[in-house]
Design a protein around this ligand. Structure first.
Ligand code: GTP
Ligand code: MG
Length: 203
């Protein structure tokens, strides 16, 4: 799939105020600063579409973008950043979890994971929560350009081994770099394929 058009639609904190669920939707989530907004911009060839920052906690709302007038891409606030005040983190997490549990056209969640780290507690707990709630997700390793190519295989293997302790089968994974545009084609192909299974909800 080629991204021909990508436009911002709306930001909010309420699932009932999101666009009508008539198109397939994919949401990006992960720890603050993992590169969610950057990956969205890289996929859409537009550096200014989603707001990025080297300071964690940049994205604070549920942000809808419409791609090719065919599907929605959603940028969500990050979790796990220690410097954000607890009350604020709780607020973000509450509306984000509410969105994830109730958004009927949500086809798959992309859980972004920093490829330089091993499985972190915040990610582990979040993926467990997705599993418990029956929300489909894939793992997207980010910032591959920051990793020595010789370490890639070992890191992913270690990650999978750790995941296998808890999961009987592992979710699909993607290796990406927004900087180098690595993995974009694979992600877009996955979205195209998954969207074939979308059936609009009757109003
Ligand atoms: P919050 O909205 O704060 O939760 O963060 P986010 O996950 O949206 O991260 P964002 O895209 O704003 O990126 C955070 C920082 O990481 C920025 O300084 C980006 O330039 C940098 N970054 C993101 N992706 C990559 C990547 O693939 N490679 C490199 N080298 N840097 C990246
Ligand atoms: Mg962001």
């Amino acid at each position: 799939m080629k991204v021909k058009t990508a436009e911002f639609v709306i930001s909010n904190t309420r699932v009932d105020m999101c666009p009508k669920p008539l198109l397939p939707e994919y949401a990006f989530i992960g720890r603050s600063n993992v590169g969610k907004s950057s990956l969205i911009n890289s996929l859409c060839n537009n550096k200014k579409l989603a707001k990025t920052s080297s300071t964690p906690g940049k994205t604070q709302l549920i942000n809808h973008f419409i791609i090719n007038d065919e599907w929605y891409l959603v940028d969500l606030p990050g979790y796990g950043f220690t410097k954000t005040p607890v009350a604020m983190k709780e607020k973000w997490m509450n509306f984000t979890r509410n969105y994830l549990r109730h958004r009927e056209n949500l086809m798959c969640v992309f859980v972004l994971l920093d490829s330089r780290h091993n499985l972190l507690k915040a990610d582990d707990e979040f993926m467990e929560w997705l599993g418990e709630n029956g929300i489909p997700f894939v793992m997207v390793f980010t910032k591959m350009d920051k990793l020595d190519p010789r370490d890639v295989e070992g890191n992913i293997k270690a990650y999978q081994e750790k995941m296998s302790e808890k999961w009987s089968f592992l979710p699909q994974h993607f290796l990406t770099s927004s900087e180098k545009k690595t993995g974009n084609e694979e992600l877009l192909a996955f979205i195209e394929e998954t969207s074939k299974g979308f059936t609009p909800v009757n109003e």
